[in-house]
Design a binder for this molecule. Structure first.
Ligand code: MRU
Length: 338
């Protein structure tokens, strides 16, 4: 699998996910602003990857900093704010930036080049840790599936959304290695099609059997008895287990409940926001209307129509049968267990 983000010794090299699967191309980010723009435009996306990329961005900003050491704290805050203001929902972004700031504050009197190296090595470490975390999530999560399971997912919570292996797709990968996956149902995930463009591409590369459906086909597919479990990723999990994830996840959870199908969320602990009591308090990103009005730049409607385009929704905790983390499976009640 291609590396989603890396530092080449001078710049950040980002796999441009907005062009997949038609084109495999890489974006060179030379500045913090370039990194922020790549996150806003979904060239890099997925909660864990947004966090790690922003960390690389902070390190890059310090490496390229030409100002005096006296002004460096202010500059650090400025670039941290640029990165923090890219996308509001995935808490991994704020978690990762905080981790970088903690390293910055503990670093003492380092020269700017030394500080840059320190922060870059922290970002590299986060990248490596994320893969291990996902492998652990996969190991735990596969226990929830029986032989020949047919699993539905939405969006892309795979290697592309992380530093490798994936969360929801990590569970599917681990289960597939044990002969537990007969079929993955990938919901296409309108408006920007992370399911059809990214999840399908990623699974087919690993030869994991996948069938694409449009989002509105999920209920009927369940009704036909063709789904054994639903597994999704998460962008933020409140203290009570309410979970923000890609728009359409809530619909899947309601449908799964209606059809007695278990609904699982797979996410690293950095996705849990203990400061937020419940899902109503999670900020939901609203994205440009053009994403809904158009498909691949072609009008799909009357160009001036009003559009509502929330990028995420909240699945209430009582519709979630388990939350799979790198430290094990959490079952309800979530409040104190999370
Ligand atoms: O808008 P996106 O593509 O960043 O949304 C991604 C998701 O909703 C994923 O399910 C979530 O971030 C988990 S990724 C491991």
């Amino acid at each position: 699998m291609l590396k989603t983000v890396r530092y080449d010794g001078a710049n950040l090299i980002i796999l441009d996910q907005s062009r997949l699967p038609g084109e495999i191309s890489f974006e060179i980010c030379r500045t913090v602003e370039d990194v922020a723009e790549a996150i806003i435009r979904l060239k890099v996306r997925g909660a864990p990857l947004i966090g790690v990329t922003a960390s690389y961005g902070l390190a890059l900003g310090i490496i390229k900093y030409q100002g005096s050491v006296l002004d460096r704290d202010l500059y650090f805050q400025r670039i941290k704010n640029i990165l923090a203001s890219t996308r509001p929902t995935a808490v991994n972004l704020f978690w990762a930036l905080q981790r970088m700031e903690d390293i910055y504050k503990q670093s003492g009197d380092l020269s700017t080049p030394e500080l840059g190296r320190l922060l870059m090595s922290e970002a590299e470490q986060m990248f490596a840790e994320d893969i291990k975390i996902n492998e652990a999530i996969g190991e735990y999560g596969q226990e929830l599936l029986h032989k020949d399971s047919r699993v539905m997912t939405i969006c892309n919570a795979g290697a592309l959304a992380t530093c490798g292996y994936g969360t929801a797709l990590g569970v599917i990968r681990s289960a597939y290695q044990r002969g537990k996956i007969e079929q993955v149902w990938a919901c296409e995930t309108r408006p920007v099609l992370q399911g059809s463009r990214l999840t399908v591409w990623e699974l087919l590369q690993d030869r994991i059997p996948v069938t694409l459906i449009t989002d509105s086909m999920a209920g009927y597919t369940m009704k036909l008895g063709k789904v054994d479990a639903v597994i999704t990723g998460a962008d933020r999990i409140a203290a009570n287990g309410d979970t923000a994830n890609k728009i359409g996840t809530y619909t899947l959870a309601v449908l799964a409940h209606q059809h007695d199908i278990p609904f699982y969320v797979a996410a690293p602990l950095s996705t849990i926001d203990r400061e937020i009591d419940n899902g109503d308090l999670i900020p939901i990103e609203e994205r440009p209307a053009e994403e809904v009005r158009q498909i691949f730049g072609i009008n799909a409607t009357v160009p001036e129509v009003n559009v509502f385009n929330p990028a995420f929704d909240i699945t209430p905790h009582d519709l979630i049968d388990a939350i799979i983390t790198q430290q094990g499976i959490i079952k309800p009640p979530y409040l104190n267990r999370l």
